[in-house]
Design a protein around this ligand. Structure first.
Ligand code: TEU
Length: 546
C-alpha cells in the first residue's frame, strides 16, 4: 500500500467555540486557537480539524451555514482564519475544515430565494414536495425531529430536512447546486487548506420517489442511496483530485463492504471515512463486540482503503466517561483508550480535551443544555406525555454537550477558558482536571499522549502494519499484534476495573522482547508476560521477535 502523508496523520479536532476565548465574549474563537497553537504543536499531532466557523444562525453550532464564504462573527474574521492557517502551517500543522453540504441554514440566501415562490429559479435547489392526503409526503423521521418534512405556508409545499427544521437539505440532483458547492470548495482549497472532514456526506443522494419506510425509526433510508457514488466521483474529478489533501467522510449506516466503496484507492472518491458502528451503536463498553467490529473493518480494508479510529468527538460523549472509568481509574483508562486508538489500523483522532482526560458532564436542568438534538428530543418526548424528569435523565449519558464543555486550561475561574460568561457551563471538575496541571506532571495523560504520538513518527508499524487479534471472545483482555517489514508489536490492554491474568498464547522470547510504552510506570523491559497479572486498565506495547 502506498505511503502518503495523510495516512501518517494524527488529527486533533478543535471545537473552537469551546477551545479558548480570546475576546472575552464567552465563546471560543479563531484567535483563541492561534494563541494555543503552541499547545497543539507540543502534543505532536500533525493535522488540525476545525469544526464549522462559517456564517451561521448557529442553531446547530455552525452546522447550519448561511454563508459558506464568510466567517461567523463569534469565531472572528477571514483575516483571523488566514492568520490561523498561516501560523499552523509554520508549525508543520495541516488544517482541514468541515464541509457541510448536505444542508444549509434556512437563513441561507439560496433557501430564502427557494422558499420565496414555486417558480423562483432556486426553487429546485432544495427538495420540495406537495402534501400527500393533506399531510407530510412520507413517514420518514429526521435525525433531530419526528418528520423530515416541514410545511411552508407561503407556497403550500413541504421541504425536506435530514436534521433540524432550520437545516433544509440541498437538492444534489440539481447541477447548479453541485457546481456552486464545487466553487465554494475550491475557494477554501485555494486558500491553502489541507482537506475536508465531510459532514454526513453519504446523505447527499435521496431515494427516488421518497417511499414510506417500514420502520421509520431506523433512519438508514437517509443514507447510501443510489447516485451517491456518482456525486462523489464527480466531486473528486472536478475538485478533490486537483489537490494533495486529506478527505474524511462522515459515513453513518455502513457495513465495511459498503464503506470501502467510498474510500477504495482505485475508486477515486474519498481518502478515508468515519463509520459509526462504535459511536452510534455501542452505547457502553463491549469488548467482544468492539473486537468484532475492528476485525471485520480490518479484513475489508487491509490493502484497499484507509480507516479512522476515534471514540469520541463533538457529537459523542467523552470516551473516558463512556468507555473507560472516569472515576477511580480516570488516568489509567484514559491512557489505555489512547493506546488502543493509536495502535489500531487507521488515522487516530484526538478530540480536544481528551488528551487531559476530560470527562462528560451532568448539569442540573434542561435549560443548562444547548444541544439541539437533546433539546428537540426532550420536547418531543415530554409532549407525548412522558415524565420530564425521566426523559431528562435518559438523555444525559449521550447528550452531545458532554463533549462540548470548555477546555479546562487551569484552576482559575471558568477554567481559564474565558474572562466572560461561557456559552456553556464549564465542567465543575476543572480544578482537578486542567491543562496546567497536566503539563506540570511527569506521568500525566497529556505526556502519555505525547509519547504515543511521537512513536508514530518513528515506527511505521503503527501505521502500515497488519493486524491480528489474539484475544477474540475475551471480555477483558484485548491483545493484538501489528506487523510490518520485519517488526512486530504486541499490544496488551486490560480493558477492565479488575486485575486480569495475561493468559494469551503468544510466544515471547524474553531476550528479544522490548517494552515500548506502558501506562503504569513501574513496568520494566524484562517483565515476563506469560501469566503476569495485569492491573486495572493496564496497557503495554512491546516489540517482540517475529
Ligand atoms: O453529525 C451527524 C450526526 O447526526 C451525528 O450526530 C450522529 O451521531 C452520527 O455521528 C452519524 O450517525 C454531523 C455533525 O457532526 C453534527 O454536529 C451535526 O449536528 C450534524 O451532522 C448535522 O450537520
Amino acid at each position: 500500500m502506498k505511503r502518503t502523508w495523510w495516512k501518517e496523520a494524527v488529527v486533533y479536532q478543535v471545537y473552537w467555540r469551546s477551545f479558548y476565548d480570546s475576546s472575552g465574549d464567552g465563546v471560543g474563537d479563531l484567535r483563541g486557537v492561534i494563541e494555543k497553537l503552541d499547545y497543539i504543536e507540543k502534543l505532536g499531532v500533525n493535522v488540525v480539524w476545525l469544526n464549522p466557523f462559517y456564517e451561521s444562525p448557529d442553531r446547530d453550532n455552525g452546522y447550519d451555514i448561511s454563508d459558506y464564504y464568510s466567517v461567523m462573527e463569534k469565531a472572528g474574521t477571514m483575516e483571523d482564519f488566514e492568520e490561523l492557517l498561516d501560523e499552523a502551517h509554520k508549525r508543520g500543522l495541516k488544517v482541514i475544515l468541515d464541509l457541510v453540504v448536505n444542508h444549509t441554514s434556512d437563513q441561507h440566501e439560496w433557501f430564502l430565494e427557494s422558499k420565496s415562490s414555486i417558480d423562483n429559479p432556486k426553487r429546485d435547489w432544495y427538495i420540495w414536495r406537495d402534501p400527500v392526503n393533506g399531510s407530510e409526503p412520507n413517514n420518514w423521521r429526521s435525525y433531530f425531529t419526528p418528520s423530515t418534512w416541514e410545511y411552508d405556508v407561503g407556497t403550500g409545499q413541504y421541504y425536506f430536512h435530514s436534521f433540524a427544521v432550520e437545516q433544509p437539505d440541498l437538492n444534489w440532483e440539481n447541477e447548479e447546486v453541485r457546481e456552486a458547492i464545487y466553487d465554494m470548495m475550491r475557494f477554501w482549497l485555494d486558500k491553502g487548506i489541507d482537506g475536508f472532514r465531510m459532514d454526513v456526506i453519504n446523505l447527499l443522494a435521496k431515494i427516488d420517489g421518497f417511499p414510506n419506510a417500514e420502520n421509520p425509526e431506523y433512519t438508514d433510508y437517509l443514507a447510501n442511496n443510489p447516485g451517491i457514488h456518482d456525486y462523489l466521483k464527480e466531486m473528486n474529478e472536478k475538485v478533490l483530485r486537483h489537490y494533495d489533501i486529506l478527505t474524511v467522510g462522515e459515513i453513518p449506516f455502513v457495513t465495511p463492504e459498503e464503506g470501502l466503496k467510498y474510500v477504495a484507492e482505485d475508486r477515486n472518491e474519498l481518502k478515508t471515512l468515519f463509520h459509526f458502528e462504535v459511536a452510534d451503536d455501542m452505547p457502553s463498553w463491549d469488548m467482544v463486540r468492539y473486537k468484532e467490529i475492528q476485525e471485520k473493518w480490518h479484513k475489508a480494508f487491509y490493502g484497499k482503503g484507509w480507516n479512522s479510529q476515534f471514540l469520541n468527538n463533538h457529537d459523542h460523549t467523552r470516551q473516558v466517561s463512556r468507555y473507560g472509568n472516569d472515576n477511580r481509574y480516570r488516568k489509567e483508562s484514559s491512557k489505555l483508550l489512547a493506546t488502543m486508538i493509536h495502535t489500531l489500523p487507521g488515522i487516530p483522532y484526538v478530540f480536544q480535551g481528551e488528551e487531559i482526560g476530560m470527562t462528560g458532564v451532568r448539569f442540573d436542568t434542561i435549560e443548562d443544555y444547548n444541544d439541539i438534538a437533546m433539546k428537540n428530543k426532550y420536547r418531543e418526548e415530554v409532549e407525548k406525555g412522558r415524565n420530564p424528569v425521566e426523559v431528562f435523565e435518559s438523555l444525559l449519558p449521550l447528550s452531545r454537550d458532554n463533549s462540548r464543555t470548555p477546555i479546562q486550561w487551569d484552576e482559575t475561574e471558568q477554567a481559564g477558558f474565558t474572562e466572560g460568561e461561557p456559552w456553556i457551563n464549564v465542567n465543575p471538575n476543572y480544578k482537578m482536571i486542567n491543562v496546567k496541571r497536566e503539563l506540570s506532571e511527569e506521568d500525566s495523560i497529556f505526556s502519555y499522549y505525547k509519547d504515543l504520538i511521537a512513536l508514530r513518527k518513528e515506527h511505521p508499524v503503527m501505521i502500515y502494519g497488519d493486524y491480528t487479534d489474539l484475544s477474540k471472545g475475551q471480555e477483558k483482555l484485548y491483545v493484538y499484534t501489528r506487523q510490518f517489514e520485519g517488526t512486530r508489536w504486541l499490544i496488551i490492554l486490560n480493558c477492565s476495573d479488575d486485575h486480569t491474568i495475561f493468559d494469551i498464547d503468544v510466544t515471547i522470547d524474553e531476550s528479544n522482547e522490548r517494552l515500548i510504552l506502558a501506562n503504569y510506570n513501574d513496568v520494566s523491559d524484562k517483565d515476563v508476560l506469560k501469566n503476569t497479572s495485569l492491573r486495572p486498565h493496564e496497557a503495554r506495547i512491546y516489540e517482540i521477535a517475529l
